[in-house]
Design a binder for this molecule. Structure first.
Ligand SMILES: [Zn+2]
Length: 81
């Protein structure tokens, strides 16, 4: 697998899972199964977090929760570093 530093994509993965448009990430995803797996996992996480009573809009606490979760599932990222 090509080494391309998926760590640099983590922020964009968070944004994409959060519903933002991330054209650079979308161009990258077809070539990177680990990033796709990570995104799918993040989207599930976001769905759970948004269904929790946090007050609706994405908040910094949501992002922090996502980043904590990312670190826990970082073996996915490590797979394509
Ligand atoms: Zn990647």
């Amino acid at each position: 697998m090509k080494k391309h530093g998926c760590r640099t994509w983590l922020g964009l993965l968070c944004d994409e899972a959060d519903g933002k448009k991330t054209p650079r990430l979308r161009a990258h995803l077809p070539d990177c199964p680990p990033c796709r797996a990570m995104l799918a996992s993040l989207k599930r996480t976001v769905a759970v977090l948004k269904s929790a009573p946090l007050g609706g809009k994405p908040t910094s606490s949501l992002k922090n929760a996502l980043r904590r979760r990312l670190r826990r599932s970082s073996r996915l990222a490590v797979a394509c570093l």
